[in-house]
Design a protein around this ligand. Structure first.
Ligand code: IMP
Ligand code: MG
Length: 190
């Protein structure tokens, strides 16, 4: 049974699977002859990342970061705090940051600055979703799954107040007010 707050489906499971396969092939071709370090941004990117990695055929390692950005449940402020840092050093590595969604781009801008200062050999971004209408900073992920309109979406890893990550599709969140949440006091985790 579908939750009443889950609205229109923007990306169906079949389309997610097809696009993730395509991105995996593209990344495999682009990184031929190089070793890759995939950096997943917890928690939202976990579903996308684990599917994507199975379609990447170059040698690759995996690490995770967790960040919290101060702001409301649906808007990030760009003030980012690292909750969990990487286990490995980036010096000389080919790094691909994997994100669930680039909204304002403020979280990603912070990550690019922070990780870029650790001297990786290269650093690119793969985002499942982008909302071009909301972008506040000048950055363009090298790999993008789908561009979506300016709506708050849930599913396939994306949450609202930690709910709906388990949906197998990406759908619009219809009635935010009806989802009981506690106001985030120390920032919302991605
Ligand atoms: P940004 O800093 O504004 O780009 O927001 C980045 C983070 O906010 C993402 O990694 C998500 O965790 C969260 N976010 C932004 N838009 C959405 C959305 O539509 N649904 C769920 N989470 C979102
Ligand atoms: Mg996130």
């Amino acid at each position: 049974m579908r939750d009443a707050s889950v609205g229109e489906i923007l990306v169906q499971p079949d389309d997610l699977a097809r696009r993730v396969r395509e991105l995996g092939s593209q990344i495999t071709a682009d990184y031929e002859g190089r070793d890759l370090l995939l950096v997943g941004v917890l928690k939202g990117a976990v579903f996308f990342l684990s599917d994507l990695m199975r379609h990447i055929a170059v040698p690759c390692e995996l690490d995770f970061m967790a960040v919290a950005s101060y702001g409301s449940a649906t808007d990030s402020s760009g003030v980012v705090r690292i909750l969990k840092d990487l286990d490995v050093a980036l010096e000389g590595r080919h790094v691909l940051i994997v994100e669930d969604i680039v909204d304002s781009g403020l979280t990603l801008q912070y990550l690019l600055r922070n990780l870029g200062a650790r001297n990786p050999a290269s650093m690119e971004v793969c985002a499942l979703l982008t909302k071009p209408a909301r972008l506040k900073v000048d950055l363009e992920p090298r790999y993008v799954g789908f561009e979506i309109p300016n709506r708050f979406v849930v599913g396939y890893g994306l949450d609202y107040a930690e709910r709906f990550r388990n949906l197998p599709y990406v759908a619009v969140l219809e009635t935010q007010a009806e989802v009981p949440i506690q106001a985030p006091t120390r920032g919302a985790q991605s």
